[in-house]
Structure formats: structure tokens, C-alpha cells
Design a protein around this ligand. Structure first.
Ligand code: AMP
Length: 280
């Protein structure tokens, strides 16, 4: 089994040996409850780095809802078993005081990119993400960091943060892994009641239909109400947002006039699901 480290001093000691030997270090930050989406990031990191660290930390600061934090699946033992075949070098599961010691008073915050989409509906979420991810970058000293396009806005925000703070890490985005029925893999899928799980692929299905029409020149404002109605008719309780944005920089677009991304968040069975796909 892979070594699990819980203290940053032990991690630093391990990494400094690798760095002295000139090895390239990759990190895959996660909140655990690992699935094939996470494992695809691990695979990408293993293929390109000499050493790979997987971090598991359910970061309270990025939850804007107490029950979401409480219900979030925690499966450390199974996670370690799932990682075993990949030959990662360290699993870093920091004790809470290693991330937020007493008196901790700093927030890392990215403006602009964080203001719409999930940022508009989850106050404080991205500040929590950028604060913890900047700490994980500094604690691991990784040269490369692997993130999923599944959380497309997060990928953009984290890339901006690393650039702006001169953290010497290359942020690498990896494609979304999906179930055969199109549902994007997510740790939160475990929380879906069976009926909601059966209906959940309707979100991606509607988005793919929209992408075809956007490619043919349709406007998002025309397509949105129809798609929302279709998603709700399929069993979703509410569509939080359904937006067309520039693939780089996330500026709102009326039409797919340049490389674009269609992004959505919707509620089903008490669970908030997000998805996004490229358009053009
Ligand atoms: P999380 O544990 O949900 O914070 O996710 C950890 C990392 O895994 C993030 O970079 C996510 O974008 C990525 N990830 C989550 N789900 C998927 C997926 N279905 N495909 C690819 N990457 C994913």
C-alpha cells in the first residue's frame, strides 16, 4: 500500500529528496471518494511525472452549505485501495491543523473569473478552493498539477491563481470522464436516490442537443428556456444556470462565435450536479 502522510513536515522531507534527485513531481488534489474521473488524473500524472502525490482533503472552506459538507462521502480506506494499482508515491491526507492551524487568517481570492456560474450560486466557494489549492501547491512543491475539466470554472480559476501568485506549477486540465449514459462522474453521484440517478443523464443529453444547435448558429437565449423545460420534465428540480461562455476567460457569449463552453448546474434528488461541454 502507498504511504499515507498526514503532516506537512513529513511530506516536505519526502519531496525534498525527490527534488534533489532532479525528479519531476506531480500532484492530483482531491476531496476523496475517488472514482474513475480522479483516477484518470492520476494516470495522466503518472505518465508525465517521476513522482506523484494524491492529496485527499475535504476542505470545509469551499462548502457554502453545512449539510453538503456533513454528507460529503469520506472513504479513505477504499480510496487507498483504488490508488494501489497506480503506484503513486504518496497519499497526502493532511490533518486539519496542517491546512488551517489556529489563528489562520489568510484568504486567496481570484476576481473576475469567480463572479458568475458556480461563483454566483456558491458564495465563498472559490475563495475556499484557491486558499486550499495554493497551500497544497506550496506544501507539495509540485511541478505539475492535474485538474478535471469537469470543474471547468475551477480549472480556469486555479490556473489564474497559480500564474498571478508566481507559484511555479504547471496546471494541466484533463477531459471529463463519464458513465456510459453520459452522466459526468462525481463523488456526489453516490448521494443520488435511484430514481434521480436514472434521470440524471438528461442534463448532459439536453446540453449535447443545445451544442449542436449552437454550432448551427442558434442563440443561447433562444435555446435556454426550452432546454431548462426539457431538463425539469426529465426529473430535475431546478436548473441553476445554463450558460454559454468563452472557453478561455469565461466571458458570456450570445452565440458560439469563438471556442466556447456550455456550462450548467442543476438540482436533482437533493443533489447539485454540474456539467460542461465544449462548443466548437
Ligand atoms: P473533487 O474530489 O471533486 O474535488 O475533484 C478532484 C479533481 O478531480 C478535480 O480536479 C475534479 O475536476 C476532478 N474530477 C472530478 N470528477 C471528474 C470527472 N468525472 N472527470 C475528470 N475529472 C474529474
Amino acid at each position: 500500500m502507498t504511504d499515507i502522510l498526514r503532516r506537512k513536515a513529513a511530506l516536505r522531507e519526502r519531496v525534498s529528496g525527490w527534488k534533489r534527485a532532479g525528479e519531476v513531481v506531480g500532484v492530483v488534489p482531491t476531496m476523496g471518494a475517488l472514482h474513475a474521473g480522479h483516477l484518470s488524473l492520476v494516470e495522466a500524472a503518472k505518465a508525465a511525472c517521476d513522482r506523484v502525490i494524491v492529496t485527499i482533503f475535504v476542505n470545509p472552506r469551499q462548502f457554502n452549505n453545512a449539510s453538503d459538507l456533513e454528507n460529503y462521502p469520506r472513504t479513505e480506506e477504499q480510496d487507498a485501495e483504488k490508488l494501489a494499482p497506480f503506484g503513486v508515491d504518496v497519499i497526502y491526507v493532511p490533518d486539519p491543523d496542517q491546512i488551517y492551524p489556529e489563528g489562520f487568517a489568510t484568504t486567496v481570492s481570484v476576481a473576475g473569473l469567480t463572479e458568475g456560474l458556480c461563483g454566483a450560486h456558491r458564495p465563498g466557494h472559490f475563495d475556499g478552493v484557491t486558499t486550499v489549492v495554493s497551500k497544497l501547491f506550496l506544501q507539495t512543491g509540485a511541478d505539475r498539477a492535474y485538474f478535471g475539466e469537469k470543474d471547468y470554472q475551477q480549472l480556469q480559476v486555479v490556473t489564474r491563481m497559480a500564474t498571478d501568485l508566481d507559484i511555479p506549477v504547471e496546471v494541466i486540465g484533463c477531459p471529463t470522464v463519464r458513465e456510459a449514459d453520459g452522466l459526468a462522474l462525481s463523488s456526489r453521484n453516490l448521494l443520488l436516490p435511484p430514481e434521480a440517478r436514472a434521470a440524471a443523464p438528461a442534463l448532459n443529453r439536453a446540453m449535447r442537443g443545445m451544442a449542436d444547435k449552437l454550432m448551427a448558429g442558434a442563440e443561447i437565449a433562444t435555446l435556454r428556456p426550452l432546454a431548462k423545460a426539457e431538463i425539469v420534465a426529465a426529473g430535475f428540480d431546478e436548473v441553476e444556470y445554463l450558460e454559454l461562455r468563452a472557453a478561455e476567460g469565461l466571458a458570456p457569449l450570445p452565440k458560439a462565435e469563438r471556442p466556447a463552453r456550455l456550462l450548467a448546474a442543476a438540482w436533482i434528488g437533493g443533489v447539485r450536479l454540474i456539467d460542461n461541454i465544449p462548443v466548437g
